[in-house]
Ligand binder design. Sequence first.
Ligand code: GMT
Length: 374
Amino acid sequence: MRIGMMCHASFGGSARIGIELAIALAGRGHRVHLFTRTTPLGGWDRSNGVILHTLLPDAVDTLHPATLHTSWSADDLQRYTEDILQVIADERLDVLHFHYAVPFAYVAQNVRRCLGGAAPRLVGTLHGTDVTHCGKDPAVAPKLAAALRCLDVLTTVSCSHAKLAASTFNLPFRPRVISNFIDLARFKPCPEASPLSNPERPRRIVHVSNFRPIKDTPSVARIFLGIRERLEAELWLVGSGEDLPAVRELLERSDYAGDVCYAGLQRDVAPFLCGADLLLVTSLYESFCLVALEAMACGVPVLATRVGGLPEVVMQGGTGLLFPLGDNAGAVDQAVALLTDSARHEAMRQADIRHASGFGVEQGVRAYEVLYQP
Ligand code: GMT
């Protein structure tokens, strides 16, 4: 098939899924065009088989690398749409697919306006804040809802997010669900059989995020300090963002400042997950939570808030532990119980690896290929 893919160029989850999907589709013999505003962060490997169209190849976004650049100028939006219309005409694209609604749903809507029934199959995937934030903004939501109704197919990444999207945008249908996927060759079990088997080693807790308010990272600090009161443990913080200074201050004021390691922004988080005993997720909302899946693939149990799509990724007691938002004391109890029970920890580790093996790139790509069929 001839496929056009639109996504952001940052380190956000939707950009990762859009770019990895484009590369995997090209690897399966499809002719894939990727349309981004700036060059994808982390560089671009020209040998990956995808034809990259970048509106501003030399521009560097001044935003945080994990922040999606959603406020495009009218001129950028128009030129981006014109470039896509040209590729549709030259290459006779079968499909035009976007990841993250803003601004790409508007581009798809303009393609529909220009080409009507002759437009390629228009597919959209909603990812997170395009529903939770944009959908709550009265100046944006009605416009976005109208644009989403122009699509042939709308998907999202969990049942919970599909339900939320349908009610937020008052859609007459529920978006189809195609789960996030990960590269299982990169995220694989650590060679060390059971990290808890060494009682001398402090328990290692890891948190990976962009430290935005939606991640509620002060709770990471509070839960870690609660655990640390009760057992030898260390905290690895991977990533950076606006709330990191406040989190750091909280930890540095405690008796356990020396047990915290700040790894900063990392392109590859796999080495930080490997060797951890627990991934801590404290988000106020997650449509899915890619890092939870990545941790599970590495054999790292997840302790997470019971919000959004997280219960669809982490099964309470089987592949991880969930706690209600705000119940940090309960989270501490659950963490301590797991981290002091090596047999249960090992059983969960194995369940994680098995469960995550169902979320490889192949599974994701095949699901989208089926969807692309008219
Ligand atoms: O909205 C964001 O935080 C960014 C967003 C994105 O589009 O980059 O992330 C979302 O998409 C990921 C990939 O589908 C999901 O794994 C994340 O859970 C989701 N983030 C939120 O819902 C907060």
